[in-house]
Design a protein around this ligand. Sequence first.
Ligand SMILES: [Zn+2]
Ligand SMILES: [Zn+2]
Ligand SMILES: [Zn+2]
Length: 263
Amino acid sequence: MKVTILGSGTSTGVPMVGCTCRGCSSNDERDKRTRASLLVRQNGRNILIDASPDLRFQALREGIERVDAVLFTHSHADHVNGIDDLRGFYFLHKEIIPCFGSPDTLDTLLSGFGYIFHELEGSGYTPLLEPHEISGTFKLFGLTIIPIPLEHGRTSAMGYRIGNFAYLTDCSGLPDSSLAMLEGLELLVIDGLRWNPHPFHFNIEAVITATLPLKPERTVLTHLTHDVLFSDGAKLPPGYEFARDGMTFDITAIEAQAGGSHA
Ligand SMILES: [Zn+2]
Ligand SMILES: [Zn+2]
Ligand SMILES: [Zn+2]
């Protein structure tokens, strides 16, 4: 299974429009971040996690030729506003793309982007996506998808574990019941946002505190703001690093093995 970070940036992307700060004016390509999204590839199938406003650019950059399913984390604009860019994949392959999310997330998607899920009366546009409410662990193309509930300030989001990989964004806290589902990870990609605290997101210190007991082999901090320079990753503890757009990982265990190498 291959995992690619399509976007490692916070909601504004980096550089942020109008900003001339140190991060936004950095010449280091690794500091240029599109909005947070990730691709899982397995057996020729592509599972997209979130449809960021930069989806079209990300798909062209990574040479993505098909999207077979989309898992949505939540309905904030930086995670869903690229949904219309999924049309191209439908036009090419003529296959309706299943989309998975919590009931709340799907409600918001259906009210904001109803035209893409069902034919609006008299519109003549056929549906391209099919909504699927998540109610627990499910199978997709032979992979077991484990939804992981996350605290996101006063709201919530859904992370996903697939085999010994987990993608957790956006989050400010991990409920105990979710921590129990995150043992034995080979790779954890998780919201780290910035150095200073934020009410809706883990900051770097808080995410390290929350994840240290889980002992993932490798932890990659994503959804980063312009306050974070990639080169400052050297300041992180062993096993932690910053995400950058296009980063790709090979995951060996595609069935979750709780305890993993730490058992
Ligand atoms: Zn976000
Ligand atoms: Zn800036
Ligand atoms: Zn959010």
